[in-house]
Design a protein around this ligand. Structure first.
Ligand SMILES: C[S@@+](CC[C@H](N)C(=O)[O-])C[C@H]1O[C@@H](n2cnc3c(N)ncnc32)[C@H](O)[C@@H]1O
Length: 301
């Protein structure tokens, strides 16, 4: 197994940031990244930016990731500490699932049985993590959605022989995570882990462009306007403490020119509009050009 392979996100995740990396790169504060630095990602999701950073910045001393989704964070921890056991369970799930190819009813039974097992949250950590990855790979559109009881409720997707066990990537992620501290909880706790030379990248649940396009319920609790305001207050606090940050969010003004929510909220900072293509929100793509916001307190751009 080649352990030097580049790590990539091991999940499909709403708002995966692979497409935004070039824009983030243009906004990076070289004064931070040119010397030993700490990278902090308080809403890590599938970690597209994290893996790009761990791969490309030799001066990265340490990274800190955080998410409120406990099952997601436990899976990061399993990959960091017990990747081989995880791989062996995923191999079994993959073989069993692929063997049912062409037998739709049996496949469905299998999927819903694994979903039920996952929802008990009583399996050992490595099994829970394998089920988390299995469901992510086989469910409808790779969505992660839970009901008010935190029960995962996405139906089966229609992928043909999806990759469930990507051994090489799990080992590459394990390698990338060696420098990474993994936290579970609200984003504000990450401030305790900042060093004097830190870069924060915030990718919160986006403010919905309209009531119906809303897809920001990754966890039980909704990220509403009050939450967006609390996040801005946190960014202001970081600014006062001389930490550099970059934040992405939806461009609500692109949809409705009179909507100045973010322009007003972040008026003290640098706001850019960049081209965006969403994977999960396929419908909005059909409307044509879609922009999103990249906001930073980095003054050297
Ligand atoms: C837009 S996604 C991040 C996507 C990620 N950048 C990627 O590439 O996959 C937002 C994440 O914020 C997490 N989240 C929601 N509320 C949170 C909170 N209060 N503190 C920390 N994380 C939170 C969600 O669980 C979700 O994983």
């Amino acid at each position: 197994m080649n352990e030097n392979k580049r790590a990539r996100p091991f999940l499909k995740w709403a708002g995966g940031k692979t497409q935004l990396i070039n824009d983030i790169e243009r906004n990076l504060p070289t004064k931070v990244t040119n010397k030993n630095f700490t990278y902090i990602e308080p809403f890590v999701g599938s970690g597209a930016v994290l893996f790009w950073i761990t791969d490309n910045f030799p001066k990265l001393e340490k990274a800190v990731i955080n998410d409120i989704n406990e099952d997601l964070i436990n899976t990061y921890k399993t990959i960091a500490s017990n990747p081989k056991e995880l791989i062996s369970i995923l191999e079994i799930l993959q073989n069993e699932f692929h063997n049912l190819e062409g037998k739709e009813d049996d496949k469905k039974l299998y999927y819903y049985h694994k979903r039920e097992l996952y929802n008990t949250r009583k399996e050992e950590q490595s099994v829970q993590s394998a089920l988390f990855i299995f469901l992510n790979r086989t469910c409808f559109n790779g969505l992660y959605r839970v009901n008010s009881k935190n029960l995962f409720n996405v139906p089966m997707g229609s992928y043909k022989s999806p990759t469930i066990c990507d051994k090489e990537n799990i080992m590459a992620v394990n390698n990338a995570l060696q420098k990474v501290e993994i936290l579970k909880g609200d984003y504000e706790q990450t401030l305790n882990y900042a060093s004097s030379n830190s870069l924060f990248y915030f990718d919160p649940p986006y403010k919905p462009l309209s009531e119906t396009s809303s897809f920001n319920s990754y966890a039980k609790d909704e990220f509403n306007d009050e939450e967006q305001i609390r996040l801005k207050d946190f960014c202001s606090k970081l600014d006062e403490l001389n930490h550099t940050w970059i934040l992405s969010n939806s461009d609500v003004k692109g949809k409705d020119v009179s909507n100045n929510f973010f322009d007003d909220l972040y008026s003290d900072f640098n706001i850019q509009r960049v081209d965006a293509r969403r994977n999960i929100n396929a419908k909005s793509d059909k409307r044509g050009k879609l922009t999103e916001l990249l906001i930073t307190n980095n003054k050297n751009i």
